[in-house]
Design a protein. Sequence first.
Length: 469
Amino acid sequence: MLPLAASASGFSSLEKMTESGFRISAEARLLGDGGRDGVMLGAIEPQRQLSPASVTKGYLAAAALDRWGPQHRFTTRLVSSAELDANGVLRGDLVFDGGGDPALVTEDLWRLAQRLHQAGVREVEGRLVVSQWRFGPVECITTDRCEARTRVGNSYSALLSSAGVNHGNWCVNVAPGAAAGEPARVTSCDTQALVLGIDNGIETRPPNSGTEFSAERVTRDDGDMMLLRGQISLNASPRDVYRASGDPARQTARTLMAMLDQAGIGVGEGYVTSIEEPPAAARTLARVEGRPLQELLLHVMNYSNNFMADVLALNLVDTPRASLLEAGEAIQDYVAGLPDHGPVVMLSGSGLTTENRTSAHGANVLLESMFHRSSLFPSFVASFQSPANGVSRFIRRGSPLFQDNIMLKTGTLNQPYAVRAVSGYFRTRSGRWGVFTVMVNGTSSTPWLNWTQVLDPLSEDLARMVEAH
């Protein structure tokens, strides 16, 4: 390790942020290869424990790959212990066994319905039972998710369940009505019939009059409803609107009921949700396998999907009725096996909780450990973004050297204090690999922090390191 003064000089641009009261933990180093030792390139309090925000998802990705491998798929089933008679009538309940697939979508439910039809089922005499026995409903531990139980105006606060679909979100399509003065035309994105209550207060206005409307999901005694208010221009294009559901298992039940109806399969007694495991004697009537884990991680990391991240983390818990705290402990157990990592606190897999804690040094230990796992590293590093081709526009900055030689994961929180975190890999001009992590945390008394303030100096510092080596 270099002396502190020399070590910090590698982050000479970033270090100036400490003058404004921001807390920083940063470290960048070349990895050892071909008999060469690793080289420390820069550090600012690398052992300091700070909130990593969504950089947490890198820990989740590593733990998930370690547990299951890149080709693991989550399975969702329709099962029943009832008898199927010669006329295709299932003389009892049909059970949806939620397999904890973080990326289950309406298309998968349609395939289940089709495969059930192919199995000869034409009618369910009993109920559709949506079982979330693995986990769900999961206790909320963040303000946004707790408020989303009754009403929500966004898509990212989705509640969690092993039987969730469409990332725990309702989707409606809003299009202009037939003429000015008429209500907007509102349809479901996923089903032919509306399976969500609609309170439509959007008026169609003359062409080129502007489109501006709000959408809020509220939960009432009879279920979820979308409140729509505002106006849409007669010549406006249709728009999809996503809002988190108030009960993801119930959302799955209503959506699957519509899929069964479209497949010509009636359900006599409606639907219920359950936390009970399906009977051991139940046989599988239809099943779908989800996407491979390495593909799921692209969405978890590139789009920083919080629903997918926390559902994936909950799957790491071996016992039913898992909580987010237990999911965090499963990640901590994985980290405990990384020599020289140091302390870590994980209360979720998504990083939405500011109580998560790690250090820049610890995060780099994680990155280095994955670099040396030849069977897992390709899937792991593929989930990081290059600034030049980033999904998020705010990372497309810096010199060509920075944009083309860096692979990163970002983390952002604004409440109760600002967090901007970046972690990933870089390649030098000679092709040598390096790792870096930077976490910047504000306080209640520090000024507002935006990404420009962090990424601009960081891109300068990393570009110098890459150029020099």
